[in-house]
Design a protein around this ligand. Structure first.
Ligand code: TYD
Ligand code: MG
Length: 468
């Protein structure tokens, strides 16, 4: 690890990369948060750590600056449209002046691509952008920009990894959008600690947040997520920034989802959908059609569900495949679905629908690299498994959604109207839904069922006799 501080009085110490707790010596497990192997070495200079200046407080306020809320101007035009429609949609209209957005995602998911496209779109829309690329060389960024059509006179590139240098650039350029790629690779000279250490990342972010507030500058900080999903180092960054957006997607599929998980200036239930192409991220305008484009509807084990991603209904295909297992411990292989939910549904199917999954390997997947975490996927997944077991497909114009309880009973899920409208729009005619589902406005027939076994009967999969 590169060390920044070079004081003669420097000494090493250790710090938990998950929670930031200091430790005088290395131990395998952090005593505070309990994470294993999370300790990293940090250099502490004689100067010590500079004291914390801000814990997410808006530093543009002076102490003692108290006003009635009603006396404050209401500025709804504060959002800076980036010019990338799907990103603006996810951010609730654009990036707010003076706000700091943390864009997180796993390495390779497309954060640098997205931020470069955002920068170019903003420059194209008449703004001035400073892109700090501390991770890639200027030549690499130029090459990528060429490919993305992102070369613009008002898109300025800085290769510095020092926050002080970035601040100097801000003084000279006065941009209206600052992008730092990434916050883990910039450092603050006044702060001890190695590059990427919790202290450095936090201090760098604090300084940038302060500058963003003082200058009313919309700012995006890129942050890497480690494999287990934690922002490498500090969870504490999430408290410093105004907005946290996550870019997710399966490396082997083109789909990328931009989801705002914390938003001080708007709702968190909008998402932006992109497809990664050879010329960067392109907006996906009709995601349901995209997901269903290669569907073979006469195959057993396939069920379409109208899922909800934030506010957005999406038709997704859930597939199951069962084979006789050759091991004493049959395989349960969920992709894009929750493994515990799959296990639970298999148990409910066994007890309430008479399907013994004991000797079967069960593979279940959401097609297209999408992920479903909502309980509405229970019924389609259960029906896909039954369809795979009996070897008969459902009618091709049928969708299903609903939560399954341990008693095999079906429970209503949220926003049924929106889901049914989307299914009807794409030509589906029947929906198997929990009995309490409100009447739809769309032209789609509801098949209301109270239990899992009723649902199985409604789609003609009874009797449930395995065809293996
Ligand atoms: P990148 O933006 O560098 O990811 P991150 O900054 O999150 O680490 O994206 C890297 C991947 O995206 C890389 O595997 C190649 C792919 N890619 C494309 O498919 N098309 C493109 O136009 C670009 C720029 C990247
Ligand atoms: Mg990158």
């Amino acid at each position: 690890m590169t060390s920044i501080a070079s004081s003669a009085h420097a000494r090493t110490s250790f710090e938990c990369s998950s929670c930031g707790t200091p430790h005088p010596s290395w131990v395998g497990r952090c005593g505070n948060c309990g994470d294993w192997n999370a300790l990293v070495e940090v250099l502490v200079t004689a100067r010590g750590r500079s004291p914390s200046t801000s814990h997410g407080l808006d530093v543009s306020w002076d102490i003692g600056d108290v006003r009635p809320l009603s006396a404050l101007a209401l500025d709804e035009s504060n959002a800076v449209r980036t010019g990338m429609a799907e990103a603006d949609r996810a951010f609730g209209g654009g990036l707010v002046r003076g706000s700091v957005t943390l864009l997180v995602g796993e390495p390779g998911v497309g954060k640098s691509t997205l931020t470069l496209q955002l920068a170019a779109a903003r420059a194209q829309a008449g703004g001035r952008v400073l892109l700090v690329s501390a991770e890639e060389s200027a030549a690499q960024v130029r090459l990528r920009a060429e490919r993305l059509g992102a070369v613009h006179d008002e898109l300025w590139l800085a290769g510095d990894s020092s926050v002080e240098a970035v601040v100097a650039h801000l003084d000279r350029l006065e941009p209206d959008l600052l992008i730092v790629d990434s916050i883990q690779t910039v450092h603050l000279a006044t702060e001890g600690g190695a590059l990427g250490s919790v202290g450095q990342v936090r201090a760098s972010a604090q300084r940038i947040v302060a500058e963003a507030k003082n200058r009313s500058l919309a700012t995006v900080l890129v942050g890497h997520l480690t494999k287990d999903g934690l922002l490498a180092g500090p969870k504490t960054l999430e408290h410093l920034v105004d907005t946290v957006a996550e870019l997710t997607g399966d490396r082997h599929h083109a789909l990328r989802m931009l989801r705002v998980v914390k938003h001080r200036f708007g709702a968190t239930d909008e998402i932006g959908l992109f497809a990664m192409a050879t010329d960067g991220l392109c907006s996906v305008d009709d995601p349901s059609r995209l997901f269903l484009s290669d569907r073979a509807s006469d195959v057993a084990g396939s069920v379409v569900m109208p899922a909800l991603e934030g506010q957005r209904p999406l038709l997704l295909e859930v597939q199951a495949l069962v084979v006789r297992s050759s091991t004493p411990h049959p395989r349960r292989s969920p992709q894009g679905l929750d493994g515990r939910r799959l296990a639970l549904l298999l148990a409910v199917l066994e007890r309430r629908a008479g399907i013994d999954p004991g000797g079967l390997d069960v593979y279940a997947t959401v097609v297209g690299g999408a992920q479903i975490t909502e309980p509405a996927a229970d019924l389609p997944l259960a029906l896909a498994i039954v369809s795979a077991v009996v070897g008969r497909p459902l009618e091709p114009d049928t969708v299903a959604f609903g939560e399954v309880g341990l008693g095999g009973e079906l429970r209503q899920v949220t926003d049924t109207g929106r889901r049914l409208n989307e299914a009807a729009r794409l030509g589906f005619r029947r929906a198997v839904v929990p009995v309490s589902t409100p009447d739809p406005s769309a032209g789609i027939e509801l098949i209301r069922v109270g239990t899992l076994i009723e649902a199985v009967a409604a789609v003609d999969l009874l009797p449930v006799a395995p065809r293996l």
